[in-house]
Design a protein around this ligand. Structure first.
Ligand SMILES: *[C@@H]1O[C@H](CO)[C@@H](O)[C@H](O)[C@H]1NC(C)=O
Ligand SMILES: *[C@@H]1O[C@H](CO)[C@@H](O)[C@H](O)[C@H]1NC(C)=O
Length: 381
């Protein structure tokens, strides 16, 4: 994928001088290697002095055609009336050679589409057109410029438990860059643009970990983190891309239950049928439902009342036996709430009411005469 032409020219201009120099240094290096290896094993290659040339991608029109090298056949060097020809990939179109053996690139190349071209070089007598030496294979490698941005792959929403230890992995983000990964152009570094108090990213791997082990779902249950990927090792002049990563904080049981007040008052008619729910002892526990596990205990022997945990985690106050206003018009007792599996220390909730007084008033009912004591007892559960 190519960048806007203006950016391309800018990127190109920055690198131009350096790469032209590099081009010749590399050609020379190939030559040295060739000389080194050729004496015994590759005698035939020695005749073509260079077998590799370098051309930059995305050269602007005003620099084309541009010379990328010189064909030299060492055997035919001294012969008069020679001319060079090329054939193969891009020959006589994208790449041209003149009689003197100078190779030119004539149009912009795109390394991300094709990074290397294979051609054949030929030398012949310019008068008779007879080949003077066997053809030589040459390769033209396309040099990368930074003409591609990093691109993030899709990042799903991830989650991590509250209070997770520092260093706990949350997810790894990945960005790709079509430029040559062996050069700075395709080398990506990652940076967290915000949320660094809570999370950290590895600049090389994109791995995001927990930085603060005190993440608290009850304070903030979701973080949106802006992550940046930059090529050119993150140095100025490179391309950057950002994405937003959503991290949900999962609940653990780190809040202790507490009664919402210290006294609960109820009134109940003496003729209700057992077991009857008089009312709720409402509990506050900021954890999610699955992490609420309160246990209720009535202080002292109490054969009349019972508290059980309802679906919402509140205490449901139940009468086990029938009441009689004439025998006892009111009751007072303590109920405590506790949770054994809460993580210690629990989140602070200020002053926690774990013990409440329950006051039950029995309301008199005008009882029908046939309602005998014997029948009443029969209704017991
Ligand atoms: C980071 O910035 C984004 C975009 O401005 C914002 O939505 C998000 O809440 C910020 N996250 C943090 C942890 O500050
Ligand atoms: C990447 O992180 C390491 C260790 O934190 C640091 O030494 C290095 O300078 C960073 N590299 C870049 C390009 O930011």
């Amino acid at each position: 994928m190519m960048i806007h032409p203006v950016q391309r020219v800018m990127a190109w201009t920055l690198l131009w001088t350096g790469l032209v120099v590099l081009q010749f240094v590399l050609s020379a290096a190939v030559d040295v290697e060739e000389v080194h290896h050729s004496s015994v094993l590759h005698r035939h290659k020695r005749e073509w002095k260079f077998n590799m040339y370098f051309a930059m991608e995305e050269l602007p029109g005003w620099l084309l055609p541009q010379k990328i090298g010189q064909l030299i056949n060492t055997e035919a060097e001294q012969k008069p009336y020679t001319e060079f020809q090329i054939s193969g990939e891009g020959a006589n179109g994208l790449f041209i050679v003149n009689d003197a053996g100078e190779i030119f690139v004539t149009a912009p190349l795109d390394r991300e589409k094709k990074s290397s071209y294979k051609l054949n070089a030929q030398i012949r007598d310019s008068r008779t057109k007879v080949r003077l030496e066997p053809d030589g294979e040459i390769h033209i490698k396309v040099l990368d410029i930074n003409d591609n941005k990093p691109i993030f792959s899709d990042i799903p929403v991830r989650s991590v438990y509250e209070r997770a230890a520092k260093g706990t992995e949350v997810l790894t983000v990945t960005a790709t860059d079509a430029d040559d990964p062996k050069t700075a152009n395709g080398n990506i570094v990652y940076k967290l643009m915000n949320g660094t108090n809570y999370f950290r990213i590895s600049n090389q791997t994109g791995k995001i970990t927990v930085e603060d082990s005190r993440l608290d779902r009850e304070t903030q249950s979701q973080y949106k983190l802006v992550v940046q990927a930059s090529d050119m090792f993150g140095k100025p002049g490179g391309f950057t891309t950002t994405t937003v990563v959503t991290v949900n904080i999962n609940d653990i049981n780190d809040n202790a239950p507490a009664f919402i007040r210290g006294i609960f008052r109820f009134t109940v008619k003496e003729d209700v049928k057992t077991a009857f729910e008089i009312g709720k002892l409402t509990v506050k526990d900021q954890d999610e439902k699955q992490n609420k596990n309160p246990k209720f205990t009535i202080q002292g022997n109490n054969d009349l009342f019972f508290v059980y945990r309802d679906d919402d985690g509140d205490g449901a106050l139940i009468i086990k036996k029938g009441l009689d206003y004439e025998t006892n018009p009111s009751y007072s007792f303590m109920v405590t709430v506790s949770e054994t599996d809460v993580v210690q220390p629990p989140d602070s909730q200020g002053s926690v009411v774990t013990s409440a007084r329950v006051l039950v008033s029995v309301a008199d009912v005008n009882e029908p005469p046939f309602f005998t004591q014997t029948e009443y007892k029969f209704l017991k559960v």
